[in-house]
Design a protein around this ligand. Structure first.
Ligand code: ADP
Ligand code: MG
Length: 272
């Protein structure tokens, strides 16, 4: 396959909860779709917040990531459309909580997602006629087997980091997990970038955190900073991405900017 036709797989990972992984999966996914990409979000969190936030209620989750990871269903069987054109999802259910136990003794336990993606014939699913160009994987707040499956199946990792005093705490653990996965499971895994989330400009500490993170991580940090914005937090309760709920708000505009940066970095990665 031509390199340019390849599906790009990006995993959103950070073992801290509440840092903006799911919000970024939903809204970066929507923004990428808005600028012409065809995007699939894989919900790997038993909480299913990405599914709920995209308006997929529990009765619509007959086929879920659990079925795909256990091999009962194919990825193509599990893909559903969302309220956003060109944005698709494989929803999750609480069943995922039991996955670790049910596959723990299998030799390929870390590669369940990778194998499902490899078997996926792009454009072959019932729900889609377009070719998927980006897969975004939304991980649980843990470095468990679900997150390991996400890292093993991906080209790169996107790390959401909340603009708070302890932002960098836990980052070294995440980075060493990424190194470990690189050595043992996925040698070509790279860090796509780090996105600072929930920035509050009225808070001096937040600006200091941004400066610290930039001096520590340099170019890995995207220029775009996602502001704390009440519209962003309201949108999921309407089952909508913020870009559909209020396109003009700062949060929506920031996610559109992030999407163009992500595409720009992809071009650079591909050219390299
Ligand atoms: P994670 O998936 O990392 O646990 P979430 O994306 O669910 O984190 O975000 C945690 C909470 O913060 C959610 O209630 C979400 O609505 C809220 N939130 C996330 N990003 C923003 C933002 N930019 N502005 C305001 N609230 C946000
Ligand atoms: Mg989440």
């Amino acid at each position: 396959m031509d390199n340019r036709d390849r599906i790009r797989v990006i995993v959103l990972a950070n073992q801290k909860g509440g840092v903006g992984k799911t919000t970024t999966a939903i809204n970066l996914g929507t923004a990428l779709a808005a600028i012409g990409e065809t995007v699939l979000i894989l919900d790997m969190d038993p909480q299913g917040n990405a599914s709920t936030g995209l308006g997929i209620d529990p009765s619509q989750r007959k086929v879920s990531t659990y079925d795909v990871l256990t091999g009962v269903k194919t990825l193509a069987d599990a893909i559903q459309p969302t309220v956003v054109p060109r944005l698709f999802i494989v929803p999750s259910t609480m069943d995922l909580l039991g996955l670790e136990l049910s596959i723990a003794d299998q030799a390929d336990r870390s590669f369940k997602l990778k194998n499902a993606l490899s078997a996926f014939s792009n454009g072959g699913g019932k729900a889609i006629s377009e070719k998927i160009t980006y897969v975004l994987i939304d991980c649980p707040p843990s470095l468990n087997l679900l997150t390991i499956n996400g890292l093993a199946a991906s080209d790169s990792v996107l790390v959401p980091l909340q603009c708070e005093f302890f932002a960098l705490e836990g980052l070294s653990q995440l980075l060493s997990t990424v190194e470990h996965v690189k050595r043992s499971l996925n040698p070509t895994l790279t860090i796509h970038g780090v996105v600072l989330t929930m920035f509050d400009g009225r808070n001096n500490l937040a600006s200091q955190v941004v400066a610290d993170v930039r001096s520590f991580l340099g170019k890995k940090v995207y220029d775009t900073v996602i502001p704390r914005n009440v519209r962003v937090s309201e949108a999921p309760s309407y089952g909508k991405p913020v870009l559909l709920y209020d396109l003009k708000c700062n949060g929506s505009q920031a996610y559109l900017k992030l999407a163009s940066e992500v595409i720009q970095r992809e071009r650079e990665l591909r050219a390299a």
